[in-house]
Design a protein around this ligand. Structure first.
Ligand code: NAD
Ligand code: UDP
Length: 319
């Protein structure tokens, strides 16, 4: 039985990855310190004989008793309000955390996949973004703590690959959504759905003409799974190229949820990227992968999840 360590296991993507690897017959070790995650996301796995959970901050030295075949490093605050609230932890988990996990991968002779992001392209001057674009990042802006942590993460991962011959994979994840996103993490999908469910106006930042391209979680997990098992060591974009403006997206959510509320405009956060769309030719060629779930279907499934939250969860304020 192959063994995989997944960091960030109690988070949105990490918990879906744990489910997928358990379903594929792996022995899964999940690790998390719950800084932005929730035990609720993995409760269903705790009784599973092929799952083990270790509560640990990956910026501290990591010890795992078992042999490991694979490591997936997904621990990191991922939403703009999270990484603005905990900027130092964000830098540390991308740098010190990644260093620890690369060391662990060396010791265990394991293959490691790291979760990078479309944010390495910053506010892109090239559209759509392909892997050979170097990006346009403001290192000292508020978002820089996330963007530069992830750029460092890619850099040190390539160094371990080149210098030590470590087997490495880098996924550049574009906006991904689905069940188990934290309602109050500030990202646009849970923000709009929470507002619709509470009967509040939908807050569009700026003029709403900035674009994003939303990928459903099952498609993202499939892309990551295929990349891990591929033999390609350079970064690969995984995302859904179907682009929308945030204003149009708000109206889609109004239609989906049937809320009688309207759109209100708020200030645009500093360095908020104006355009974002993945070029996925590489993933398509290399991994024979493309997204299968369209936005209407994915948002419907996601809204079902948010509708299932308790009143207490819906009104809990975290920031
Ligand atoms: P999330 O906040 O739901 O999950 C992150 C998890 O990491 C949380 O459970 C958190 O408690 C844990 N964590 C953070 N710091 C830790 C530390 N020092 N030690 C142990 N655990 C720690 O976010 P997510 O959306 O699931 O993102 C997961 C990964 O994917 C992140 O690395 C993120 O940068 C990357 N990513 C996500 C998206 C997306 O659209 N969801 C896009 C690009 C990149
Ligand atoms: N956004 C918005 N209203 C919200 C939350 C986000 O208009 O309540 C905008 C945000 O400014 C950005 C887009 O939606 O342009 C996506 O934001 P998110 O935080 O989900 O992801 P990211 O900016 O990291 O792509």
């Amino acid at each position: 039985m192959k063994r995989v360590l997944i960091t960030g296991a109690a988070g949105f993507l990490g918990s879906h990855l744990c489910d997928r690897f358990v379903a594929e017959g792996f022995y899964v070790i999940g690790m998390d310190n719950f800084i932005t995650g929730d035990k609720k996301n993995i409760n269903h796995l705790l009784e599973n004989a092929n799952f083990q959970f270790i509560e640990h901050d990956v910026t501290d030295f990591i010890e795992v008793a078992n042999d490991l075949d694979y490591i997936l490093h997904f621990a990191s605050p991922a939403s703009p309000i999270d990484y603005l609230k905990i900027p130092i932890q964000t830098l540390k988990v991308g740098s010190l955390g990644t260093h620890n996990l690369l060391g662990l991968a060396m010791a265990k002779k394991a293959r490691i996949l790291i979760a990078s992001t479309s944010e390495v392209y910053g506010d892109p001057l090239v559209h759509p973004q392909s892997e050979d674009y170097y990006g346009n990042v403001n290192a000292i802006g508020p978002r820089g703590v996330y963007d530069e942590a992830k750029r460092f993460m890619e850099s040190i991962t390539m160094a371990y690959h080149r210098f030590h011959g470590l087997e490495t994979r880098i996924v550049r994840i574009f906006n991904t959504y689905g069940p188990r996103m934290r309602l109050n993490d500030g990202r646009v999908v849970p923000a709009f759905m929470g507002q619709a469910l509470r009967g509040e106006d939908l807050t569009v930042f700026g003029d709403g003409l900035q674009t994003r391209s939303f990928c459903y979680v099952d498609d993202q997990v499939e892309g990551i799974y295929r990349l891990l098992l591929s033999d390609y060591s350079y970064p690969v974009n995984i995302g859904n190229p179907h682009e929308t403006t945030i204003k149009d997206f708000a109206n889609e959510i109004i239609g989906l949820t049937g809320t009688s509320q309207k759109v209100v405009f708020k200030d645009l956060p500093v360095d908020d990227p104006m355009q974002r769309q993945p070029n996925i030719e590489l993933a398509s060629k290399l991994l024979k992968w493309e997204p299968k779930v369209n936005r209407a279907e994915g948002m419907k499934r996601t809204f079902e999840y948010f509708k299932g939250l308790t009143k207490e969860e819906l009104y809990r304020s975290e920031h």
